[in-house]
Structure formats: structure tokens, C-alpha cells
Design a protein. Structure first.
Length: 760
């Protein structure tokens, strides 16, 4: 056996053996710990409730908060667990908007191990309740984290009912897009390939569509989304910039529902319902873009792209286990620059199973996932394939928790087998076909400490290794201190070291393409690496909430295109170091019928590389520049108001211009002796100037929507939505076509009417 392969197998064997040995020990220790966990179910659809308020009081009353033992909010599985509960009498209080409040007296005896599935009866009116800030996975402060619900997604005006995650993310300070097409997100200085997107514990490489108005996650399919803009804990590894963790909701466990949506730009159909009441459900949705057919009639400009996505989810739940099977397929194709004959396409295929066991025999729930992921993208000229790159992954993931020295410790591992393929045609480079296979192991452990319920600290460590690389050492730390009535104020910090086992290579000088080569790292010393530091302050005063965060990110070994005067895609790249710093601030007002938010972000992104490696003709030995996603200022204002029978949503964005690379000339290239200068004129080529030496103008846009539901029957309703994106028809520049010297603008005003028929 090859030495590296033998070493890798030994490492995997040791990790698995430790888990196998540790689990029985954990189960034997289970009798030493009282267990009381609740799973809260909605009486409306039979599914777990996310964010239900769970309070446990000492004694037989719930009206004295001096007797409060513990309080929290249910996680994405509808679960909340009381830790270190002592024998005695308690009062349990569970509440959620639109459901009747449950109050129950109970007694915990020594050695009790109780798991309760509690159904809250659905009610037509809302009840007064104690609001508990939901931390879910992050129990040590929310610095660097934005938790997003389907309701919040729906507040952003979008071209279809229910909203879309892509539209929401673009309102977040620190999130930058190149324009309204391309499907790329840059988060706090990182590039798209430095982000990790998860859906139900599975990686999906690029779920954002070629029209940036859409993603594979419409609001009506989403249960929760956690955006980790940096400083994420040890349970997340394999990315150096940001994490987008999406949990899709389960299908209705009690009622059959279906809907059909028609709009000028997108059509969709959805079905969900029980296979076995309160036990099994299924949900399927398909969406198909028709922008290339009808957009020109409405906005006067042809949109040369189309896309579709299909999502299916099967859910099973019992007294001691819940499982789901998720499958997603997306496909995008078209032209970002309509003046060029350059066709782009990409696709995602993901499928997997996740099971969560929370039987009373376990000290803590056991979370296991297994799945498959495939991503490919290509670039064609005149219909002929020129560039192609893909990545495939089969994986197993295990997550668990137990007590170590009387403190809870989260730990887990990930085993994946990945394959990479890249094909470059002769037009861009010498013909090249590369294939590589990689086995990857990731593991983590993190603990939590709490001092006087005010100061919380979460240290952790993550490890990654492959055949070609030694184990990484990635310490992480999150901490928070809260004070004031009902924890109204909090200061939190986060820091950590992050590595990535693959890299994405693209030519960022050309805004007309988003083709990316996904390539495995071959050398330990060239692995992409980052160090994050974030500090945050949060205060809640009645209906107001204020968040302020400052951050720095130090990226190393970023692959960037070599700055040769000739525009030509090359796998040979330079390695740059990037340094990002900035701050975000967000003010929210939630007054029932009215919701308002103002958010501002400042960011400075600077890359630095050896001039000789870049191929740039500059005098400095070390060349510094601001890359194309260095957007200094971004301001977003969001408003939503519920009139009797109507809901109005407004979103306005202002952003400063991003850098771009100018050209200094053109000429014709001949390949001699293959091409005869007497008979061949040569191939036109663009000669670039210094990289990113100018900035585009500022941009701003106003989006507005109004919607109303018409009910024709108890089981039949029609949701009508009317609105427009870029309502004052601002000419926001997308980029300059360097080959034709033509300005390419983003889409003009896009009016729309969306109709959704719902059958229950």
C-alpha cells in the first residue's frame, strides 16, 4: 500500500475507533445524569416549532421570575434541553405566537430520563408571551451570525410570492454581489469559493441562480437560515470566509396542500402532505424561469438566461428519532453579457439522509448525516465547449455531545471522498484535462462554560487532513457577556483560524463570466488559510434592537489570475494575501403591523502579492490592489406594513462603486507557424492595464411590492402580488464590455404581477 494512503487510512481508523469506543462509555455514563428534553410540535401542521419559548420554574408557579430555573427557545428540530436539572418540583411553560400556551407542573426524581413531545394547540389569536432570544446553535453570543426566518425573507420585495433567500442576503451589510446576475456572493471580503453553503447538513456549491434575484431557497421552503459572516465555531470547517446554513421545513404532517404560482419571470408548483398523519410527510416543489421568453416584452431588454430548481423532502418523526431525506437539483444557463456569444452554465445535484436520535437513553441527541453532492460549471463560445470544471463528493457526518469534567462538549467528524475534473480548451490555454481524487476527514470538539449566567465562553478546535496534507490545527473561541434587565445588552467576541481543502480559480478581470475551476489543494504550504476577529454589541429596548459589529479577516494563499497583458484563462495562478476590515450596524423596529430596519456597512478589502508572480508590469516588488468586490459603503433600508387585508414591503439600497480593470489597447494575435500571417488576420485580443485601477459609479435602487390574499372558499385562496424592482428606473452599471467598449447596465425597472393559487 502507498505510504500516504496507509497513513491516511490509519488516521481514519483511529478517529472511527475512538468514536466506537467512546459511545458505549457515554451510554454507560448516561445514568449519572438527569435528562429532561422537550420537542414542541405545532397543532396546525404537526411539525416541530422553531423558536417556541420554553421556561422552567422552580416550584409550582410561573408568575415569579425570581424562581426561573432556565429559559430558552427551541432549535430547528423543535427541541430544547434542560441541562443539570436537579430533582424537585417544577412548572413548565411553553408558548408560541398563534398557539395556546401550555403550563404544566412536573416532578423530576433522581435518575429520571424524560423526553416529552408536546403539541401546542393552534389558535386564531395571538397570546401575550415572554420573549426569549433564540440562540439555537450559537449559545455564546450572536456576533458574526444573522438568523433568518421565512417571515423575514418575505419582507423583502421579490418577483414572486413568499420571497427568496437571495433577495434577502443582498440586503445584509457586508454581502456584495457583482450585479443582478451571475449568482456570486462575496461576504465580508471573501470570494464565493471561500463560502460554504449547507442545506440540511449537505454542501451545495452554488445554489444562487444566474439571475441574482433567485436562489434554490424560496421563502416558502425555508425553515431557518443562519448566516455566519465570520468567526464561526469549530463545528463548521472547510471554509475560510463564511457559512450559510439552511434548514428546509418539513411537509405538512396533517393536511394536504398544493399551490401553483405564475408570474412574468417564473412559474412554480408545490405539493406537500402527510403519508402517515403526524409521522411521515413529503414536500415537492419545482420552479422554472421564463425570463428569456417574456422579459423583453415587459422591460424592453432580452434576458438571455434561464434556470430551474427542483426540491423534494421526506420527513419521518417518532417518539425517539426524526429523519429526513432531502434532494435538490438546480440548473442555470445563459449569457451574463448579452453583447457577447459567451454561454455559461452550472448545475447542482445533492441528496442525503439526516437522522436525529433523542431517545432518553442518550445523554444528548445523536445527529448522523450521509449524502452525495455534485457541482459542475462550463463556459462555451459559439456553442463549442471551452472550459469545464466539476466537483463530486460522497460523505458521512456525525455530531454528538457529552459531559466532560461536568461541562457539555460538542464533537463530531466528517469523512468525504471527493473527485475533481477540469478541461481547458486550446483557445484559452494548451489543451488540458485534469482529474484528481481526494479523501477528506474533518473533526471538531468544542465546550461551553457559563459563569453566573452572564459570561459565556465557547472554546473549540477543528482538524482537517487529506492524503496530500498534514492535519490542520484550527483553534476557535467565542465568548459573550450580557447584562441589563432580561439580558437586554450583550458584548461578544469571536476569533479563530480557518483552512480550506480546495480552491476556486476565476478570472475576476472579466465581469462577463463567472466560470470557476474547482481544484484540490496539492501542497500543505499553499492551503488557503484565514484568521478572523469580530467584536459585537447588541441592545434590545422594547421594540428596538441595535447591533454593531467590527471585524477583521486576514486571508492567505488566495489564488488569483496572473496579470498578464493578454486576457487568457490559466490554471497557473499567483497566490495573494488579503486583509479585510470594516464594521456593520443595524437598527430594527418591530411594532407589530410595522417593521423597519436600517443597516449600514463599511468594508476595506486589499490584496497583496509578489509582482513577479502576478506578471504585472509594475515597479513595486510587492503589489497591492483592491479586488473587484471591494465595496466600501453599503446602506439598506427595509420597511413593511400590514394594512387591513394588504401587506406592503419596501427595500432601498445604496452602494459605492466597485473597482474594475481598464484596458490600454487591442491587437491581433497570431500563432506562428500554425497560422500564416499572409492569409490569417489573427485573433483579436484585449490588453489590460494595471489591475482594478478605476472604480465604477455609485448605485442605488428602490424595490416595492404590495400583496393581498383573496379567499374564495375555506380550502381555496389566491395570493396576488404586484410590484416593481428598481421602481425609479435607475441606470446602474453592471460593467464595461472591454471588447466592444460598450456599457452594460443592470436590469431596468421590472414591474410584475404574481398570482399564487393555494388549495388546502
Amino acid at each position: 500500500m502507498d505510504y500516504n494512503l496507509s497513513k491516511f487510512v490509519n488516521r481514519v481508523f483511529v478517529c472511527v475507533l475512538l468514536i466506537i469506543i467512546y459511545l458505549p462509555v457515554s451510554e454507560l455514563q448516561a445514568q449519572d445524569r438527569n435528562v429532561f428534553r422537550v420537542i414542541v410540535i405545532s397543532g396546525d401542521d404537526g411539525n416541530p416549532i422553531v423558536g417556541a419559548n420554553v421556561l422552567l420554574f422552580n416550584g409550582e408557579t410561573d408568575d415569579n421570575f425570581d424562581d426561573l430555573f432556565d429559559a430558552g427557545a427551541t432549535d430547528s428540530d423543535g427541541r430544547y434541553e434542560f441541562e443539570r436539572i436537579e430533582p424537585g418540583n417544577y412548572t413548565l411553560r411553553i408558548s408560541y405566537v398563534g398557539h395556546e400556551t401550555l403550563i404544566e407542573n412536573l416532578q423530576i426524581a433522581d435518575g429520571d430520563r424524560i423526553v416529552r413531545r408536546i403539541t401546542l394547540r393552534f389558535a386564531s389569536s395571538e397570546f401575550d408571551e415572554v420573549v426569549v432570544t433564540e440562540r439555537r446553535q450559537i449559545s455564546t453570543g450572536d456576533v458574526g451570525v444573522i438568523s433568518i426566518s421565512a417571515e423575514e425573507i418575505n419582507r423583502i420585495p421579490s418577483l414572486v410570492a413568499g420571497g427568496d433567500l437571495s433577495s434577502y442576503l443582498q440586503t445584509v451589510p457586508g454581502v456584495v454581489t457583482a450585479g443582478d446576475r451571475g449568482g456570486d456572493l462575496y461576504i465580508r471580503g471573501g470570494n464565493p469559493s471561500q463560502n460554504l453553503v449547507l442545506v440540511d447538513n449537505m454542501q451545495i456549491f452554488k445554489p444562487f441562480h444566474i439571475s441574482n434575484l433567485y436562489s434554490a431557497f424560496p421563502g416558502n421552503m425555508v425553515q431557518t437560515v443562519d448566516l455566519y459572516a465570520g468567526g464561526f465555531a469549530a463545528e463548521y470547517s472547510g471554509a475560510t470566509s463564511a457559512i450559510i446554513d439552511v434548514t428546509l421545513r418539513n411537509g405538512n404532517m396533517r393536511h394536504h396542500q398544493s399551490s401553483v404560482t405564475v408570474s412574468p419571470y417564473l412559474t412554480s408548483a408545490q405539493y406537500e402532505g402527510p403519508l402517515k398523519k403526524d409521522r411521515q410527510s413529503i414536500m415537492v416543489q419545482g420552479r422554472y424561469s421564463i425570463m428569456d421568453r417574456y422579459a423583453e416584452r415587459i422591460i424592453g431588454e432580452k434576458q438571455e438566461f434561464n434556470f430551474y430548481d427542483v426540491t423534494a423532502k421526506y420527513a419521518f418523526q417518532s417518539e425517539s428519532v426524526s429523519c429526513n431525506v432531502t434532494a435538490i437539483r438546480t440548473y442555470d444557463s445563459g449569457q451574463i453579457d448579452p453583447s457577447r456569444n459567451l454561454d455559461l452554465s452550472w448545475s447542482n445535484t445533492v441528496s442525503g439522509v439526516r437522522c436525529l436520535g433523542f431517545d432518553e437513553r442518550f445523554n444528548y441527541p445523536v445527529d448522523v448525516s450521509v449524502g452525495y453532492m455534485s457541482y459542475s460549471n462550463s463556459e462555451r463560445i459559439d456553442g463549442n465547449p471551452e472550459l469545464f470544471s466539476s466537483m463530486n463528493d460522497i460523505f458521512l457526518r456525525f455530531d454528538h455531545k457529552d459531559d466532560v469534567f461536568n461541562f457539555p462538549m460538542d464533537y463530531g467528524f466528517f469523512i468525504g471522498f471527493r473527485s475533481f475534473e477540469t478541461i481547458l480548451s486550446e483557445r484559452f490555454s494548451d489543451f488540458l484535462s485534469l482529474k484528481a481524487n481526494r479523501a477528506l476527514v474533518k473533526s471538531y470538539a468544542q465546550m461551553e462554560y457559563s459563569i453566573a449566567d452572564r459570561f459565556r465562553i465557547q472554546p473549540g478546535i477543528a482538524l482537517q487532513f487529506t492524503l496530500e496534507t498534514s492535519p490542520t490545527f484550527e483553534p476557535r473561541l467565542r465568548m459573550a457577556y450580557s447584562w441589563g434587565k432580561d439580558d437586554g445588552q450583550e458584548v461578544s467576541l469571536a476569533t479563530g483560524i480557518y483552512y480550506q481543502s480546495y480552491e476556486g480559480i476565476s478570472d475576476t478581470r472579466d465581469a462577463g463570466t463567472v466560470f470557476t475551476v474547482i481544484k484540490a489543494n496539492e501542497y500543505q504550504e499553499q492551503q488557503p488559510r484565514a484568521v478572523h476577529g469580530i467584536a459585537g454589541y447588541e441592545i434590545n429596548i422594547g421594540m428596538f434592537e441595535l447591533n454593531l459589529e467590527g471585524y477583521v479577516k486576514d486571508h492567505q494563499n488566495i489564488p488569483v489570475s496572473r496579470w498578464t497583458p493578454l486576457a487568457r484563462f490559466e490554471l497557473e495562478t499567483a497566490l495573494a494575501d488579503g486583509f479585510t476590515y470594516g464594521f456593520d450596524t443595524r437598527v430594527e423596529l418591530d411594532a407589530g403591523r410595522f417593521y423597519g430596519q436600517a443597516a449600514y456597512g463599511y468594508s476595506n478589502v486589499e490584496y497583496e502579492a509578489v509582482s513577479e508572480s502576478l506578471g504585472a508590469w509594475v515597479e513595486e516588488d510587492i503589489f497591492s490592489y483592491n479586488p473587484g468586490h471591494d465595496q466600501r459603503h453599503k446602506l439598506n433600508i427595509i420597511g413593511s406594513y400590514d394594512f387591513p387585508g394588504f401587506t406592503t414591503n419596501v427595500s432601498w439600497e445604496f452602494s459605492s462603486g466597485r473597482p474594475f480593470t481598464k484596458v490600454y489597447g487591442f491587437d491581433l494575435s497570431l500563432r506562428v507557424p500554425e497560422e500564416d500571417p499572409m492569409t490569417t488576420a489573427g485573433t483579436a485580443r484585449t490588453l489590460f492595464s494595471k489591475p482594478f485601477n478605476e472604480r465604477l459609479p455609485v448605485q442605488h435602487r428602490l424595490d416595492v411590492s404590495v400583496e393581498r390574499t383573496f379567499r374564495f372558499h375555506e380550502n381555496v385562496a389566491l395570493l396576488a402580488k404586484i410590484g416593481a424592482n428598481n421602481i425609479y428606473d435607475r441606470n446602474n452599471i453592471f460593467f464595461y464590455n472591454l471588447n466592444t467598449l460598450q456599457r452594460v447596465d443592470q436590469t431596468p425597472m421590472m414591474p410584475y404581477i404574481s398570482l399564487t393559487a393555494n388549495l388546502n
